[in-house]
Design a protein around this ligand. Structure first.
Ligand SMILES: *Cc1c(COP(=O)(O)O)cnc(C)c1O
Length: 370
């Protein structure tokens, strides 16, 4: 990888971008994940490239359009696929910014290694993201909390049905103008504890951001919705006792003595960049922060006694969201007042403020795009 020649991105602008009036309508109230911009990034990897060492090539910015896949493309059979989720923000002064994109680039490669896929040099990952955001800068929605949601992903596309790592991959990055993740802008979400399903087991792929983890979470997530809740929370797969995370968000517990707890990373939890940022911000607030296992029974007991005052879910898409109600096979409990708690609101405001350039970025987390 070290000697691989640097990638240059060929620019092939969309021949017929969406007209301004249609675009304005599409981004007026985009919701989440249904509206897409004009362009995408595409880069290919072949084992035969770079003198047989394998390498990335054909990097380009081009029109977002359907891709052709052979029916034997390996991703369709053995799910070699990983992705990232990040956002571009447009700030008061008109500049655009990314939040800790180096962390996404690094995590993407951590996921790639776990799924036996080639790594993409971090600078190429960041250039890919910046290039497509620049090309589609007119797609930022003007709504409150609006951003461009960025979805870099990679999949195996060798035509081969044997079981082994593929010899061909495609990396793409698409953009989706986004409003608030939860339709209502949800004051607090209600979550369902899955007793029948696990998200990740020790030695599995829980720490990788791969589509397969999400495929396995859809039935328990649908179960949560059917029972009248917004999200599912998973327990550890071994003792079925410890709280791990939601289908796509990490959890924090806030206590009446001002301390906070989040489940430790240990291979079964996705290492969220929002999680990591909140750990830092909470420590700066002078709070005692522990990465420690926390059980469902303790959660119920502490919520009932009032020792636990808040629970927050966090991730790029929904930022920081309060959890108001928790239900499981054994009944329901409410957290605090059932609405947003003080610390949740404070940390959310601070994080969003940094991302939007309204609060000083003392950590070098923000990368502006000109
Ligand atoms: C992406 C993701 C998160 C949140 O990660 P961020 O980097 O904060 O967006 C949490 N859990 C799962 C399972 C995820 O896929």
């Amino acid at each position: 990888m070290a000697n691989a020649p640097a990638l240059t991105f060929e620019q092939i602008p969309h021949p017929a971008p969406v007209p301004g009036a249609t675009r304005a309508q599409a981004i007026a109230d985009p919701g989440f994940g249904t509206v897409f911009t004009d362009h995408m990034i595409s880069i290919d990897w072949d084992e035969g490239h770079n003198g047989g060492k394998g390498g990335w090539h054909s990097a380009k910015l081009c029109a977002r359009e359907p891709i052709m896949l052979d029916p034997a493309a390996s991703v369709l059979h053995y799910a070699q696929e990983i992705f990232e989720g990040m956002k571009a923000y447009r700030r008061e002064d008109g500049t655009m910014a990314l939040f800790r994109p180096d962390q996404n680039a690094r995590r993407f490669n951590d996921s790639a290694r776990r799924l036996a896929m080639p790594e993409l040099p971090e600078d190429a990952f960041i250039e890919a993201v910046e290039t497509v955001v620049k090309a589609d800068r007119d797609w930022f929605p003007d709504v409150e909390g609006g951003s461009l949601y960025i979805r870099p992903f990679m999949f195996a596309n060798e035509h081969f049905l044997g079981v082994r790592p593929a010899k061909k991959y495609k990396f793409l990055t698409i953009l989706s103008p986004a409003g608030n993740y939860f339709k209502s802008g949800a004051p607090a979400v209600s979550i369902w504890v899955s007793s029948d399903y696990s998200r990740a087991a020790p030695g599995g792929t829980g720490a990788a951001k791969c589509g397969g983890n999400y495929a396995a979470s859809l039935v328990p997530q649908a179960e949560a919705i059917a029972k009248g809740h917004d999200q599912v929370v998973f327990l550890d797969a071994v003792e079925r006792k410890w709280i791990e995370e939601l289908g796509g968000m990490n959890l924090f517990f806030v206590f009446d003595d001002g301390s906070i707890v989040t489940p430790p990373l240990g291979g079964t939890i996705l290492p969220g960049i929002t999680r990591d940022s909140l750990l830092t911000l909470a420590r700066e607030e002078g709070l005692t922060v522990r990465e420690e296992r926390y059980s469902l029974d303790q959660w119920r007991e502490d919520a009932t006694s009032g020792r636990l005052v808040e629970t927050m879910a966090c991730g790029t898409a929904a930022v920081v969201t309060p959890v108001g109600r928790v239900a499981s096979r054994d009944g329901e409990f409410t957290i605090g007042t059932g609405g947003p708690g003080q610390l949740t609101s404070k940390l959310r405001a601070k994080l969003v403020g940094i991302q939007r350039g309204e609060v000083e970025d003392t950590h070098g987390w923000v990368r502006t795009i000109d």
